[in-house]
Structures are given as C-alpha cells and as structure tokens.
Design a protein around this ligand. Structure first.
Ligand code: DOR
Ligand code: ZN
Length: 355
C-alpha cells in the first residue's frame, strides 16, 4: 500500500464569496478568513447594504483595521444592487478599483436582502453597463415566490431568470454563487465561458438530512438550503472535475450562536476557520487532491481576470478536532459565540501557519 500523502503545498488560495459582517462580528471573524486566504470577495449585505462607492471604501478600511498589519489580506468589495441603484455609481466604483463585482440579491431571498431587486427589468441599465466594462455579476440564484417549494427555488431561478438574463447580456460575466443542485451544475457546465459558479464546503459535505438528524439542527441551515444526496454528489463531481467554471467560494456566513438557536434562526454556516481543511477532505475522499489547487487558487482569479497569488501555503496531514464553540473576542473584549462548521468532528488536514 502506498503511504498516504503527508503534506500538500499549493498556491495561496482566495475566497470568492464571504460574509465578513461589521462591528464586533467583523473583528471576531475577519482574522479567520485572512489566515486562510489572500483575497476575498466580500459580500455587501450589511445593514444598511453597501450601495455606494463611499460606503464600500469605508467598509474596506474597517476590514483592514480588523486585521493585523502584516496580514497581507486584500478585501475585494462588491456593490449591492437595488432597484434604484445608479449605473454611474457602479461604473465609477469599478473604474476606481473599489468594486470588484456587483451582487444581485432577489429581494427577500436571504439575510439582509430586503433592499434587493424586486423586478429584474429595473436593473437592465446597470447590467448593460457592467457588460460593457467587464464587471462580474454575482447572483444569489433563488426565486422568492412563496408558492415555489424551497428546494426548487434555485432550479426555477435558472429557468425563469438566469437563462433569459444571459441571453440578453451575452458578454456579461456571471457567477452563480453557492450552487446547490445538479441542475445548476449542468447549466453552468453547458453554458458559455462567461458563466461560472462557486461551491461552498458545506454543500459538498452535507445534504438536507443534516438539518434534521435527531432533531432540528440550526447549524446546518443556510441559503440556498442543502438539497438531496444526488445533488451533493453532482457538486462534488463538479468541484473535483478540474473544470475551470467551478471554483472556491466559502459563503462563510457567521451568526452568533444565540441568533442561530432561536425561534426564527438565521441562515448561514460559519466555515471560515477550517475552510481549506474542509475542501481538502472532500478532494481526498474523491481521490482528487491533485485538482485541489486549481479549484482553490487558479480558476477564480482567471475568471475575474486577476493575477494568481505568488505565495504558497502548506496543508499537513495532522488530524485535529474542530472545537464545538469558538469564543472570539472583539477589540473591546466582548465575546462573540460562534459554532464553526465541522464542530466536534476530526479533520485530517491542517493548514500550516506561521510560515
Ligand atoms: O446562508 C446564507 N447566509 N446564505 C446567504 O445567502 C446569506 C448568508 C448571510 O448573510 O447570512
Ligand atoms: Zn453568501
């Protein structure tokens, strides 16, 4: 029997979809992302949402201030599209290097999306500008109609919204974020080169049963909600296939333990502390560790038209138990209680730090 691989050195990865929040939560969670990634596409669903260049610049400064000086981390900011957002503001922020992309939340689809788009026709002028200047559109791909079953909302979105949108904007770069279904895998795979998708660690690890195993498990509730096992298998196939249309985006979305475990618990899984270890587990199980680096560190920057990172990181085979709770302290010393993804499980790989 050949010895299993003991260490894996790969190009420094980026996270193409993360929620860093603001205030005490930002201070508590940003170091975890900066410890794993060189750059990250930062979601704009704050309260109030990040809709102006000035707000994005100020938020970027708050993110930098939440990190140690030497972190070397680059936050890539996104604009939150609303019905009334000014196309000129989008164009200016992109030209000034503040926005890296814009995010489309259908109104009501998820956390802090109430200011999102209510009618897609309203943002046609913005999409035309983005297409012209080469600015990527990042999509939360779920319809919001209450009569559509929650497990079907992503597939219906593709049919009703995404397909026509891509037809109207043949040159627009589009990332279908955090895909959860076989339908999305097939659609993205067979779509044009300007269409890609991010895949989260949690949708590669869990199916919808996880939310109901022995009782109601809010730690596994996120949006889009995890689907049936056949969809998880399709996602694992896509992520490990070496197809450049599929790349890393954690959708790490921290909510305090109290906010998750409440009568109306928040959607989101906090996977930032062990994100790479989580992806590595999947790639190893799929016997595709040789494909990990392209997924984590090459396909994302290539799609966005950004340079690959120059640095390297090393993952070591070093089984470790993920803590069941993380008590992070903000700058003022108050504790933020978080449950990390894989809480209480043993992960085989560990990111070497301090090198
Ligand atoms: O689970 C999720 N949490 N999905 C999203 O789309 C938003 C995110 C959040 O911001 O909490
Ligand atoms: Zn998200």
């Amino acid at each position: 029997m050949p010895q299993p691989l003991q260490q894996l050195t790969i190009r420094q990865p980026d996270d193409w979809h993360v929620h860093l929040r603001d205030g005490a939560m930002l201070q508590a969670v940003a170091p975890a992302t900066a410890a794993q990634f060189s750059r990250a596409i930062v979601m704009p669903n704050l309260r109030p949402p990040v809709t102006t260049v000035a707000a994005a610049s100020a938020y970027r400064e708050r993110i930098r201030a939440a990190l140690p000086d030497h972190s070397g981390f680059t936050p890539l900011m996104t604009a939150y599209l609303t019905d009334t957002i000014d196309p000129q503001e989008i164009e200016r922020g992109f030209a000034e290097g503040v926005w890296a992309a814009a995010k489309l939340y259908p109104a009501g689809a998820t956390t802090n999306s109430d200011s999102g788009v209510t009618a897609f026709a309203r943002i046609e002028p913005v999409l035309a500008v983005m297409e012209r200047i080469g600015m990527p559109l990042l999509i939360h791909g779920e319809v919001t109609d209450a009569e559509i079953d929650i497990f079907d909302r992503e597939a219906v979105f593709i049919e009703r919204v995404l397909e026509p949108l891509l037809q109207r904007h043949l040159g627009l770069k589009v990332v279908l974020e955090h895909i959860t279904t076989m339908d999305s895998v097939d659609f993205v795979r067979s779509g044009p080169a300007n269409l890609a998708a991010t895949i989260t660690p949690h949708h590669l690890h869990i199916n919808r049963n996880a939310m109901f195993a022995g009782g109601l498990r809010p730690d596994f509730y996120c949006l889009p909600v995890a689907k049936r096992e056949l969809h998880r298998i399709a996602l694992r196939g896509a992520a490990t296939s070496g197809n450049p249309k599929f790349f890393l985006g954690t959708d790490s979305a921290p909510h305090s333990r109290e906010a998750k475990e409440s009568a109306c618990g928040c959607a989101g899984i906090f996977n930032a502390p062990f994100a790479l270890e989580s992806y590595a587990a999947v790639f190893e199980q799929e016997k595709a560790l040789d494909k990990l680096e392209a997924f984590t560190s090459e396909f994302g920057p290539r799609f966005y038209g950004l340079p690959l990172n120059a640095g390297m990181i090393t993952l070591e085979r070093q089984p470790h138990e993920v803590p069941s709770r993380l008590h992070c302290n903000d700058a003022a010393g108050s504790a933020v209680n978080l449950v990390p993804f894989h809480a209480g499980e043993t992960l085989a790989w560990r990111l070497r730090t301090g090198t």
